[in-house]
Design a protein around this ligand. Structure first.
Ligand SMILES: NC(=O)C1=CN([C@@H]2O[C@H](COP(=O)(O)OP(=O)(O)OC[C@H]3O[C@@H](n4cnc5c(N)ncnc54)[C@H](OP(=O)(O)O)[C@@H]3O)[C@@H](O)[C@H]2O)C=CC1
Ligand SMILES: O=C1CO[C@H](CO)[C@@H](O)[C@@H]1O
Length: 318
């Protein structure tokens, strides 16, 4: 199945199907994401996935600014996504959170703004507000009210598109039913070990583009449990890679593209940044796609257990 380098969103904008992820689990050395974004733009990435929560948007912004000044790209060639964090779910806080992201990024608008989670925490600057016992202080803003704040951001020309992240199908439907401006994109954890098929198809059928986060299953995560499968070491992935002269990561990423997904692999290595974009000169047959689909273990890397007791915790349903 041929795959396209861009997908058309209902707004008419085009989103590049391969973007660079920028989450570094706080372990990122200073300048790591600056160098990654600079390199990615140099080798042809035109889509960068960011978030207020990642605390590194200043580095992303610096790399974008220099790439524009050096003539490598123009602002209009780049698709920049950011996300509103859980502590800014009050309708009027959404725009303020986006304004902070824009100031960190040095941009006047982003291409896509997502609600990072359907769960809200106590408003404020601390991303994980805690009580004296160390428990997260939840808030209970209606997700529909938060969505109105997202629509306000479009009206204010601060973002071109709005969307969701980590919402389940019931929450997606609540937003669709109440929306004046529909969600363009949803970001979900998807990789061959967590195919998330029901939710992906639910959204795609409703014209919502689906972006796969952790597309490689975050192979070197620090919290990987003993005995959990390693996607890039799976025999079928390695065998397809050697048969096609590609790497295991390229097989996994290509498989996701052939499911009509947008992908945002993160890498800070120049070689792997380049590798993760070289996906358009190979193809998996229907039978090979079936072999990859058989890897599904419903293995979620980002469980967000800290929010499990919140009424909007999304991962108890598809
Ligand atoms: N909406 C949400 O809630 C979430 C969104 N995200 C977004 O999705 C992005 C991607 O997800 P992420 O969690 O980073 O996981 P990924 O599946 O992208 O895995 C990233 C890890 O894989 C390694 N890697 C990258 N390329 C290769 C390769 N070709 N071969 C082998 N290893 C490779 C990287 O190491 P190295 O850097 O050394 O190459 C990095 O440690 C995030 O960066 C973030 O932007 C992520 C989590 C949640
Ligand atoms: O984008 C993200 C990166 O990782 C975080 C820590 O688990 C997540 O909460 C968040 O969704």
């Amino acid at each position: 199945m041929p795959v396209s380098r861009e997908l058309q969103l209902p707004s008419g904008d085009k989103i590049p199907t391969v973007g660079l992820g920028t989450w570094t689990v706080w372990q990122g050395a200073e300048g790591e994401i600056y160098r990654a974004v600079k390199e990615a733009i140099k080798v042809g990435y035109r889509h960068i996935d960011c978030a207020w929560f990642y605390k590194n948007q200043g580095e992303v912004g610096q790399a974008i600014k220099e790439s524009i000044e050096e003539g490598t790209i123009k602002r209009e060639d780049l698709f920049v996504t950011t996300k509103v964090w859980n502590t800014a779910h009050r309708r009027d806080a959404v725009k303020e959170n986006l304004k902070q992201s824009l100031s960190q990024l040095g941009l006047s608008y982003v291409n896509l703004l997502l609600v990072h989670y359907p769960i809200s925490f106590k408003d404020g600057d601390d991303p994980y507000p805690k009580d004296n016992d160390g428990n997260i202080i939840f808030a209970y803003h209606d997700i529909v009210d938060t969505w109105k704040g997202m629509e306000d951001c479009i009206d204010a020309d601060l973002t071109r598109n709005i969307g969701l992240s980590n919402f389940n199908h019931l929450q997606v439907q609540r937003i669709i039913d109440a929306s004046r401006i529909r969600p363009s994109v949803i970001q979900l954890e998807v990789n061959p070990l967590l195919s998330n098929t029901q939710l992906v198809e639910y959204c795609q059928k409703r014209d919502i583009g689906v972006t796969a986060y952790a597309p490689l299953g975050f192979p070197n995560r620090s919290w990987k449990k003993k005995g959990e499968p390693d996607l890039l070491e799976e025999p079928v992935v390695k065998q397809l890679a050697s048969a096609k002269g590609k790497t295991p990561a390229q097989i996994v990423l290509r498989c996701l593209l052939q499911r009509g997904l947008i992908i945002i692999p993160k890498s800070s290595s120049p070689a792997r940044i380049k590798e993760n974009l070289e996906l358009f000169d190979t193809e998996l047959s229907e039978d090979e796609m079936k072999q990859m689909a058989a890897l599904d273990r419903n293995l979620r890397v980002y469980v967000d257990s800290i929010s499990a007791s919140h009424p909007e915790y999304p991962f108890n349903d598809f």
